[in-house]
Design a protein around this ligand. Structure first.
Ligand SMILES: *[C@@H]1O[C@H](CO)[C@@H](O)[C@H](O)[C@H]1NC(C)=O
Ligand SMILES: *[C@@H]1O[C@H](CO)[C@@H](O)[C@H](O)[C@H]1NC(C)=O
Length: 268
């Protein structure tokens, strides 16, 4: 597996040397996905520019709040972006969409904080977006539950969704895609990615299935007692969107921060 790690390192250093920022690092699309049944995942959000261009996913966790990846947000101001809820086909107005502007982007205070003794890549890649007006909750728009802090969600079959690219050289999906994927123990993921992986990650791998560019910030959902919970947020993976584990931000490691921001937002 060392070859994989070396090629990743080569890619990353060439990428940074070319003057690119980490934000542009291609986390891949869902390749190997299929159309979702409309509104089966009513917390899924499309994060867009005001032109309607989709660039990242997110998950509604409260009528005012969305979770997404920090790397999606670090170069944007709240007034540059909008959120579309109740969306299924991006190119069509289906009557279920709710368009919301953003009043605040709150990036995790630990995002990308360098720990010299480790090589973690993009640690704490998560951000909260506050909607200027709350979502109207209905059968098309509904928050997802946060995960149980005592569960690892490793070694399971879970689901990822997004409008990201459907292959390395393919365009983004117009219809929301889903795929079933296995969550790994971090130790197993470390066989491929070494010290890029830390306890705040949750890795997924099923051959031929992976998130891809445009899926970043989108949810990894696992079934728990009472339905789906948000186990992860799409962060990064290899460029081929296919045959290496993909990395998500582990939500259970961030519950304290998430609850702290939401509990102090001034809304009821
Ligand atoms: C959302 O923001 C855009 C761009 O600033 C603005 O044109 C639009 O009127 C805003 N919509 C609402 C509902 O405030
Ligand atoms: C998690 O475990 C702790 C300690 O065993 C327990 O007090 C707490 O209630 C558990 N939390 C949940 C959500 O089950």
């Amino acid at each position: 597996m060392q070859g994989i790690e070396l090629s990743f390192l080569y890619f990353l250093s060439a990428f940074l040397a070319a003057g690119n920022s980490v934000k542009d690092f291609p986390t891949s699309m869902i390749s190997g996905g299929q159309n979702v049944f409309p509104h089966d995942f009513p917390w899924q959000a499309s994060i867009q520019f005001h032109t309607g261009h989709h660039f990242c996913g997110g998950a509604l966790i409260d009528s005012y709040w969305l979770l997404t990846a920090a790397h999606c947000m670090e170069q944007h101001q709240p007034n540059q972006i909008r959120v579309v809820l109740g969306e299924h086909t991006l190119s069509e107005i289906e009557g279920t969409e709710q368009y919301r502007n953003i009043s605040r982007i709150v990036i995790s205070p630990f995002f990308n904080v360098v720990r010299p003794e480790y090589n973690y890549y993009m640690p704490y890649d998560l951000a909260l977006l506050e909607l200027t007006t709350p979502a109207n909750l209905n059968s098309f728009v509904k928050p997802i539950s946060l995960p149980d802090p005592n569960k690892s969600y490793s070694g399971r079959s879970c689901i990822l969704t997004g409008w990201g690219n459907t292959g390395v050289n393919a365009d983004g999906a117009d219809v929301l895609q889903m795929a079933e994927i296995k969550t790994l123990e971090n130790r197993v993921c470390g066989d491929t990615w070494g010290y890029y992986i830390y306890y705040g990650n949750i890795c997924v791998y099923t051959y031929g299935v992976a998130p891809c560019q445009g899926d970043s910030g989108g949810p990894l959902m696992c079934l728990d007692n009472n339905g789906y919970v948000l186990a992860g947020i799409s962060s990064w993976d290899d460029t081929d969107c296919k045959d290496h584990p993909s990395i998500y931000t582990r939500v259970t490691e961030n519950l304290g921060w998430i609850n702290d921001v939401i509990d102090n937002d001034g809304h009821n």
